[in-house]
Design a protein around this ligand. Structure first.
Ligand SMILES: [Zn+2]
Ligand SMILES: [Zn+2]
Length: 288
């Protein structure tokens, strides 16, 4: 799956997951880089109501409105946003009186709460699950997990010949022979203090914010060291750090990672989005 993103703490953050056609946050500048990809977008999941994470929404809708009008109609996108966030609510109200007034079919806005299940792609058993994170006091802030449905043979049926399994499946359906479970393909933290590692257990990728290097007295963001600790405890396969402050250079962030991860194999599993530069990489996430 191709991941394209831009993230510079305080200025703009957005992460695009191409296979899922999902954008997590929508900071300024995304239309310049995503261009035609905005036409196949399926959903935008907003983490919280700081303007550097959502004011690019207008550009998405304007781009789609033009195409909708001049070329062909597009299916509405879902805009998921944290219920109770007054800043985002005001901005959506503004969109409703401007671009969405010109075509209400462009988007559905959906206020979401932790633990809800949001539709992503039924055919591949994919859903999105918001979870609560701690950022600024009284600001509802969310991280998101992309969950994929899997099935495994019921343990009591292990060893039965395929012909018998087929008979059971014919009479009782898929549920008769297999148990359904879910795995998180990827987890993204949003702006926050270190997340509970349980959210990223068994995931292929953890995308965690790491605004600061060294020790920070900040009470709303994480450091690189804290994000690494979450990753290690979670057992997630890979880690992508983002939302790094532009006060730090690429070389400084790399040097801190080299120091904190002396094991070369471990270091190779960690990447970061250089503040102010477009990020793009290809990763295997659960076969996607
Ligand atoms: Zn931010
Ligand atoms: Zn924030």
């Amino acid at each position: 799956m191709r991941i394209i993103g831009y993230s510079k703490a305080m200025y703009s953050t957005w992460i695009y997951l191409e296979t899922l056609k999902l954008l997590v946050d929508a900071g300024e500048g995304l239309n310049t880089h995503l261009e035609g990809r905005l036409l196949s977008l399926r959903a935008v999941a907003l983490t919280h109501g700081h303007t550097d994470h959502f004011t690019g929404l207008m550009n998405i809708l304007i781009t789609r409105l033009r195409y909708h009008k001049d070329v062909e109609p597009l299916a509405p996108i879902d805009i998921f946003w944290p219920a109770g966030d007054t800043e985002i609510e005001l901005y959506l109200d503004y969109l409703g009186r401007t671009v969405l007034k010109r075509n209400p079919e462009l988007a559905r806005t959906v206020a979401v709460r932790p633990a809800e299940r949001l539709p992503l792609e039924a055919a591949r058993g994919l859903t999105l699950e918001p979870f609560s994170v701690t950022h600024r006091a009284s600001l509802p802030s969310l991280g998101y997990r992309v969950l994929q449905e899997r099935w495994r043979l019921k343990s009591e049926l292990a060893g039965l010949p395929q012909s018998e399994l087929n008979l059971i499946a014919r009479d009782h359906g898929k549920e008769g022979v297999a148990d359904r479970y879910e795995v998180p393909l990827m987890v993204i933290s949003g702006d926050c203090l270190p997340i509970n590692p349980k959210w990223a257990e068994e995931s292929d990728l953890l995308v965690h914010e790491a605004t600061f290097l060294g020790d920070s007295p900040e009470e709303a963001h994480s450091t690189v060291a804290q994000a690494l600790a979450v990753w290690r405890e979670s057992g997630a396969s890979r880690l992508l750090l983002y939302h790094i402050s532009s006060r730090f250079t690429k070389e400084e962030v790399a040097a801190e990672l080299d120091q904190l991860l002396p094991n070369g194999d471990e270091r190779a599993k960690v990447n970061f989005i250089v503040p102010g530069r477009l990020f793009s990489c290809e990763l295997q996430l659960g076969g996607l």
